[in-house]
Design a protein around this ligand. Structure first.
Ligand code: PEP
Ligand code: MN
Length: 354
C-alpha cells in the first residue's frame, strides 16, 4: 500500500468546520455570467461554501454543449469576490490547468474520463508542479478500476500537491441500470483503506443521473463515511445545457440538506451498513443480469419462430443444467439451491419465448 496516500490529511475549507460534511454545489456547466452568478448567490445564501462549475466540458458526443471555456474564468472570479465562496472547476489538459491557476481558482477537479488516462494525468500533474496552494480532487475513472484511481492520485501527489481529495461518481456499465453510473460502493470503500484520512466526497448527481436519486444516494454516502457531497445545482435546471435531468435548484438543495441525517465529526464506518450496501449492489447486478437474460430469451423465441423450431429443446436444457450445476459447485453454491434458481429462470425464459 502506498504510504504517502496513507498520510493525506483532510481538506479544510473556509467556513466549514473540521469534520463537518464538505458540500460542494454548483451547475454542471457555467453557461452565462448571469446563470453562474444567480446560482452562486442562491447557493451562498443557503450556506454553501464551495462553488463548482464546469468550463471545459468533456462530452460523449461532438456537437453537444462543450462549455464556455476560458471566458468563464472571470465569472468564477466574480463568484469568489462577491460571495467569498471557494471556487472549483474541472481541468483535463495542461492548458486548462495553467489558465485555472492563473485565474486563482481554488480547487481543480479531474473528471472521470481523464482519470482513466495515465498520459493525461501525468500532463496535469506536471502542470501542477510548484502550485501546492491549490486543492485537487480526483474523480474515479469511468471504468471500475481502483488501481487507475490510486495511480491518478499518486501522480498528483508526486507533483507536490498535498491538498488532495477524491470524488466517487460511479462507473459506466453496459445495459440498463437503475442509476446513470453504477455506484459499486466497494471501490470507494477500498480506496478508504488506502487513504484513511483523505477527503473522499460522493457525487450523487452523476451516480444517479436523475433528480430523485440525489437525496437517497447522499444519505447512503453520509451513512457510509464519505466526507461530503458534490451536488449539481442550477438556478433553472430544466433549461440547463448539460445534465439537465440530474440538476436541482438551490432551494431543493437547501431542503435536501435539511432532511439528511448528518453525522458529526468523521463518521465511524458502520460495518453493517457497508455490508448492506454490498448486498444492495449485488441485488442491482442480479436484476440487471436477469433482465438481460430475459431479453436474450425473447430474441431466441423470435428466432425459433422465424425458423420454425420447437421452443422446448430438452436435450439443450439438460446440458445447460448439468454445466451450470458443475460451475455452481465449483463456486461453493449449494446444488439444491442452484437447481431451484435455474428452474425458476428456465420457466420464465420459456414464458418469455412464448
Ligand atoms: C461533472 O462533474 O460535470 C463531470 C463531467 O463529471 P464526471 O467527470 O464525473 O462525468
Ligand atoms: Mn455534469
Amino acid at each position: 500500500m502506498d504510504s504517502s496516500l496513507q498520510e493525506i490529511q483532510p481538506l479544510l475549507f473556509d467556513g466549514i468546520e473540521m469534520g463537518a460534511p464538505v458540500i460542494i454545489a454548483g451547475p454542471c456547466s457555467a453557461e452565462s455570467e448571469q446563470q453562474t452568478l444567480d446560482t452562486a448567490r442562491a447557493l451562498s445564501d443557503i450556506g454553501v461554501k464551495v462553488f463548482r462549475a464546469g468550463l471545459w466540458k468533456p462530452r460523449t458526443m461532438p456537437g453537444s454543449f462543450e462549455g464556455v471555456g476560458d471566458k468563464g474564468l472571470s465569472w468564477l472570479q466574480s463568484v469568489k469576490r462577491e460571495t467569498g465562496m471557494a471556487v472549483a472547476t474541472e481541468v483535463a489538459t495542461i492548458e486548462h490547468v495553467r489558465a485555472a491557476l492563473e485565474a486563482g481558482i481554488d480547487i481543480l477537479w479531474v473528471g472521470a474520463r481523464t482519470t482513466a488516462n495515465p498520459f493525461a494525468m501525468q500532463d496535469i500533474a506536471d502542470a501542477l508542479q510548484g502550485h501546492d496552494e491549490v486543492a485537487v480532487l480526483v474523480k474515479n475513472p469511468v471504468n471500475p478500476d481502483l488501481d487507475l484511481w490510486l495511480g491518478a492520485l499518486q501522480r498528483i501527489l508526486g507533483a507536490g500537491i498535498t491538498r488532495l481529495g477524491a470524488v466517487h461518481r460511479g462507473f459506466s456499465s453496459a445495459g440498463a441500470h437503475l442509476y446513470r453510473n453504477d455506484p459499486q460502493w466497494h471501490i470507494p470503500f477500498e480506496l478508504r483503506r488506502h487513504a484513511p484520512t483523505m477527503t473522499i466526497l460522493c457525487d450523487p448527481s452523476h451516480i444517479g443521473g436523475k433528480r430523485r436519486y440525489v437525496e437517497p444516494l447522499s444519505q447512503i454516502a453520509l451513512d457510509t463515511g464519505f466526507d461530503g457531497l458534490m451536488i449539481e445545482c442550477h438556478c433553472n435546471p430544466d433549461h440547463a445545457l448539460s445534465d439537465s435531468a440530474q440538476q436541482i435548484t438551490p432551494q431543493d438543495l437547501s431542503a435536501l440538506l435539511g432532511r439528511l441525517v448528518m453525522r458529526s465529526g468523521r463518521p465511524v464506518e458502520d460495518e453493517l451498513s457497508l455490508l448492506r450496501q454490498q448486498i444492495d449492489d449485488c441485488d442491482h447486478e442480479l436484476l440487471a443480469v436477469l433482465a438481460r437474460r430475459m431479453r436474450v430469451a425473447r430474441e431466441i423465441g423470435l428466432f425459433k419462430k422465424a425458423h420454425n423450431l420447437r421452443i422446448l429443446q430438452p436435450q439443450r436444457y439438460q446440458e445447460v443444467i448439468k454445466a451450470r450445476l458443475e460451475e455452481a459447485e465449483s463456486l461453493g453454491l449449494s446444488n439444491d439451491f442452484i437447481q431451484r434458481v435455474l428452474e425458476a429462470i428456465h420457466e420464465e425464459s420459456v414464458n418469455q419465448q412464448l
